[in-house]
Structures are given as C-alpha cells and as structure tokens.
Design a protein around this ligand. Structure first.
Ligand code: URP
Ligand code: ZN
Ligand code: ZN
Length: 489
C-alpha cells in the first residue's frame, strides 16, 4: 500500500465550476485543494463521489445574523444556528452584517459582531458594515480604519424609519467609500412613497399582511434605483443594489450598466419563487412571507430570470432575516398585528441552494455552470473573496458541496436547522441535495449529520478589489460643462 499523498481525496466525482464541468478527483492537503485530475494517488481519507456533483460551497453574501432589526427586534438566529443552517444547505461562506443604529459607535459595533461570530460561526464569514449614522467621526475615522481592517463593504438603507439615510448622507457614505475603495450595498426603496402608502392603508383599515405588498408600491423600487444610480454616477462610486424585485427595477439597472455605470445587483429566491399572493393567508399567517421589498408577480419573476441570464443581476443571495412566527418575532405586537407592526424578513440560508439547484440544474433553467456562477463564483468575485472562495482550482480553499442530483426532498418546517421553526418554502419538492459539505477540507455535514464545530469558521478580511474600484469617469477639475470635478472629492 503506497503512502498517502493527500489528507483527503474526493474521488471520481463530476466537478462543476462557473465555466466547466469535468470528471475529476479532488486532492486536498490541509485547508486547500492541491490537485485535480483522474487517478490521483491515495489520501489519508477518501470520499467516494462517483454519483455526486462536486461544486464549490455556496457563498451567501446577504444574511442578517444575530442582528437587531430596523424595528428593534433581535433576530432569531445566532451565528451558530445560522451557519449550521447554511452548512446543511451547502453554503460554506457567508457575509452578514455589523449593524450600526443611530447613536452607536461603528467601531464598537464591528467589534461586537466579531466576538459573536468568532464564538459561534462554523463556516467562514465576513461583514458588511451597516451605516445608519454617518457622523463625521464615522466617515472620517471609523470607516477608513475598518475598511483597512478588512471590512470593505458598507450597507446603507434608503428606507426603514430607524436606519434610513437621506440623499445628502448617502452622498457622504458614497464618498467615504470612494476614498477607501469599499463597495456600497444599498437597500433602495423610496421611503416617502412607502410611508405615505402605509398611512393611507392603515387609516382605511387595510391592516392584513397582504397589504404590506401594496404599501411597497412598485415605483418605490425603480425610483430609488434611479436616484441612487444618479448619486453613484455623480461620484463615480461602484454600488451593489440588494434584493431587486421588479421588472422596472431590473430595467433601470440594465440601462445604467449599458451606460458604463459600475452597478452590481442581486436578487433572492423569494423574488424568483414567491409572489405577493403568498402573503394572502387567513389571519396573520401571511406574516411568514413578509419581507422587504415584497415578493411581486410571476411577470417580475420572469424579468428577474432574464436579467440573470443577461448578467444585469450577478448574484442570488438569501437575505436571510430570521424571525419566529411567535411573540418573540413576527407576532411581537400581539396575535393580530397590523402589517406595519410585523418584522420584515424570511429565513433562507438553508433553502437558497436547493431551491436554485432544482430550478436551474434539475429543471434546466440557465444550467449548472450558471448556478455555480450566481451562487458562489460571482459573489466571491464581487466581494473580493475569489479565488480563495467560490471556485474549485488548485490553491483554493477546499470548500465543497457534494450534491446528489437525484435526491428528491420536500421542504418542510421540521427539517430546517436555524431557530426560526418555519420555512416560507415548506411543501415545495426539490430535486438535488447537498449531501456532504466540506469547509477548508473538513467535513462539516454528511448525510444529515453535523460535524462542524461552532467557532471553527474563520473571519475573511477583504480589501475592496476590482468591483470597488471607481470606473475612472470623473473629469479632473471642476468644469461648468461637466457634472463633477475630481478636485471636489
Ligand atoms: O425584509 C427584509 N429583507 N429584512 C431584512 C432587512 C433588509 O431589508 O435587508
Ligand atoms: Zn434590505
Ligand atoms: Zn437584508
């Protein structure tokens, strides 16, 4: 018997990346992939993968974990429970939020989330900094220091009473990001339209969860996208637009990208698989399907799939925002709340990949390579985690999900591993399941059993990278015939 050449060999599987599908063994030494090819020499351990698709572990770049919500409610998951759920769903990297609220010191906020994740996470992680209070100190001291420490993306909200920044402050944040080469991610909806709609709906007695979808009028999305893109263009600052839900919103992004504006965009499974009709349930039950922006129509779903095919949207994230359907979460205001009193958000870390694998691979919509691209490679690239994450190549972290493409599973509340106790996708049957999941060469999930340890996830420090680099569209000096001069920055 010859000496083992690898710590682990995943043998005989079909490897898929964003560009290729090929039969290959995967040799792993320590944390990393060190060989690809057929008939690799023996490993200290071996995983038989002949009937498996060997994919990069998922990279979910939008998840709210152990976070105080816009309404001041602590969400249901800890880093341990959220990353456990992610692992069971084939995801091995997560970017969650360090969420500043008004009056909080951003540096302290980041330290606190760091401490929570260090203790609980069982997959690798990074943070977007939510900036709700862009004080002079935050802009001039905290953001530069924190970006230099590896937190190279900032999230701002254009709506939500407690989190929103107005246009002037948004420009301050865009400029701070430009100076430090960070990417700005934005929840872009028109706050005034939503607030006005909410007031009128409630005054007329339209209080059920389904009116949440009415209150977020479609135009509130496209209007905010247009305004945001205008401001980003003014400063030549790259942006990521989160959770695109409408056909009109996708069209605004397409037009801006066509003009050369550096706009990235994501959508989420809830906008591809759910509609506003899901909120129309007896009593308060529709609260389980309430998120912002709300799910829309089947026509919007088609437009989003097309935008993904065209590359106008590059990533599909979960926007995991977990609240239980009880008095600790969705029903905090009592058993019959108005839609305005219900926390926004859905659990999705665990179901994101199985739902998308079923639609894209098993049912053939856009195919296997595109599935890998939008769920792992493109998010890793945009947030500058690539090539370490999001791909399968020599030298990358051995983060793998081994999929049984034939396993059929009916999603159910009882099978989830987060702390939410329901999934809005219960009852859907999917084909294809991540049976074995590896994080840096360690098996963390196998055949329904958890092997990952809380605290074994590592923080991923990131610089802004290519996505955060300005496109170079500003004129050098103030010029009354042009928009803006770089000497104003
Ligand atoms: O409804 C949602 N998406 N809640 C989470 C907060 C956010 O909007 O990103
Ligand atoms: Zn959002
Ligand atoms: Zn979110």
């Amino acid at each position: 018997m010859s000496e083992p050449l690898f710590d682990l060999v995943v043998r005989g599987g079909t490897v898929a990346t964003a560009s290729d599908v090929f039969r290959s063994d995967v040799g792993i030494t320590g944390d990393r992939i060190t060989a690809l090819g057929t008939d690799l020499g023996p490993g200290r351990k071996e995983i038989e993968a002949r009937d498996r698709l060997v994919l990069p572990g998922g990279v979910d770049t939008h998840a709210h974990i152990e976070q105080l919500s816009a309404a001041g409610i602590m969400n249901a998951d800890t880093f341990e429970s959220a990353t456990r759920a992610a692992a069971f769903g084939g995801t091995t990297t997560v970017i969650s939020f360090a969420a500043q609220h008004v009056g909080m010191c951003l540096t302290r906020v980041v330290e606190e989330y760091h401490a929570l994740a260090r203790q609980g996470a069982l997959i690798d992680y990074a943070f977007h900094m939510i900036v709700a209070d862009p004080t002079v100190e935050a802009i001039e001291e905290d953001i530069p220091a924190l970006v230099a420490a590896g937190h190279s993306s900032i999230k701002v909200f254009m709506t939500y009473d407690r989190l929103k920044v107005d246009d002037e402050k948004l420009l301050d944040v865009l400029l701070a990001a430009r100076r430090t080469q960070a990417l700005v991610c934005v929840h872009a909806e028109n706050h005034g339209i939503i607030a006005w709609m909410v007031k009128r709906l409630l005054a007329k007695g339209y209080t059920a969860p389904k009116y949440h979808a009415v209150s977020h009028a479609r135009i509130s999305e496209a209007e905010a996208f247009t305004r945001l893109i205008g401001m980003a263009e003014l400063l030549d600052q790259p942006i990521m637009i989160f959770h695109v839900s409408t056909r009109e919103g996708a069209a605004v992004i397409r037009e801006a990208r066509g003009r050369g504006v550096k706009v990235f965009a994501e959508t989420c499974p809830q906008y591809l698989f759910m509609t506003a009709a899901d909120l129309d349930k007896p009593g308060s039950e529709g609260a389980k399907w309430m998120c912002s922006p709300p799910p829309r129509t089947t026509d919007d779903q088609e437009a989003l799939w097309r935008a993904l095919a065209l590359g106008d949207l590059q990533t599909i994230s979960s926007d995991h925002a977990p609240y239980r359907y009880d008095e600790s979460g969705k029903l905090m205001a009592g058993p019959s709340p108005t839609f305005k009193q219900i926390a926004n958000g859905l659990p999705g870390l665990e179901t994101r990949l199985p739902l998308l694998f079923d639609a894209m691979v098993s049912k053939g919509r856009l195919g296997l390579e595109k599935f890998v691209e939008v769920t792992a490679t493109a998010p890793a690239r945009i947030y500058n985690l690539h090539p370490r994450k999001g791909s399968i190549a020599i030298g990358t972290d051995a983060d793998l999900a081994l999929w049984d493409p034939d396993r059929e599973v009916t999603l159910a509340d009882e099978m989830t591993h987060d702390r939410v106790s329901y999934t809005p996708f219960a009852g859907r049957r999917v084909r294809g399941w991540p049976v074995t999941v590896l994080s840096r060469g360690r098996v963390i999930v196998d055949d329904g059993k958890l092997y990952g340890e809380p605290g074994s996830g590592q923080f991923l420090a990131r610089s802004g990278g290519e996505a955060a680099r300005p496109a170079g569209r500003l004129v050098a000096e103030m010029d009354p015939t042009r928009n803006f001069g770089a000497d104003l920055l």
